[in-house]
Design a protein. Structure first.
Length: 211
């Protein structure tokens, strides 16, 4: 089974970074899992915008591209290739300012392509194209967003669910959220340790899956 782990936090002491490390340590040495990391903060990933649209236009018309356009297309293709190879995608990401890191948004923008991850049928209905893939979401958020009144404020996990299960059609295999460790500092160690144990359990369950 091919596992793509998308690391979306470059803070060494970040809780979602620790979730990434816990997951990787748990699957290490498992011969049934081919695990690779896509570290979005280490990749050259120009933000999605006019440069990308210019590049796509020049690609179609065989016009020479400038440096940023060439880099943009190469980065987009690299992200797509990584997703193509994966049976399971694991995302380790934080909630920053109520949403996901901009670099993770760029990764999503790269693969959100009609004809690749989704399409529209003759009647204009959305048709997901990645129903053969699965995802695991590992998220950390310092506040508590699981309560009914706070849940609408979370635009990280909700967004990731909507994009990958709704738009792309992937199956949500597992989800671990560590929350409240900043809001309840007296319980922070307990909260984090319990969450990391859940990450380890999610990795163990994955090892029992067959591609």
């Amino acid at each position: 089974m091919n596992i793509l782990v998308v690391k979306a936090n470059n803070r060494p002491e970040g809780i979602s970074s620790k979730m990434y490390e816990t997951f990787m340590n748990q699957v290490k040495g498992n011969e049934d899992l081919n695990v690779s990391t896509f570290d979005i903060f280490e990749e050259d990933m120009p933000y999605f915008g006019q440069d990308m649209f210019n590049a796509l236009g020049k690609l179609d018309s065989a016009v020479e591209m400038n440096d940023v356009e060439t880099r943009s297309l190469a980065a987009k293709q690299k992200a797509k290739d990584a997703v193509i190879r994966a049976d399971v995608l694991v995302f380790a990401f934080p909630l920053w300012n109520l949403t996901i890191p901009a670099k993770l948004q760029t990764f999503i923008d790269y693969i959100a392509e009609a004809g690749f991850s989704f399409k529209y049928d003759a009647d204009g209905n959305l048709v997901p194209l990645m129903g053969d893939k699965k995802i695991i979401l590992l998220n950390a958020r310092g506040g508590v967003y699981s309560s009914p009144e706070m849940a609408p404020m979370d635009m990280a996990v909700n967004y990731m669910r909507n994009v990958f299960t709704g738009l792309y059609g992937m199956e949500l295999l597992d989800e671990v959220i560590i929350e409240g460790h900043n809001a309840m500092r007296e319980k922070a160690e307990e909260i984090v340790e319990a969450g990391l144990q859940q990450v380890a359990e999610a990795a163990n369950k994955l090892a029992l899956q067959k591609a």
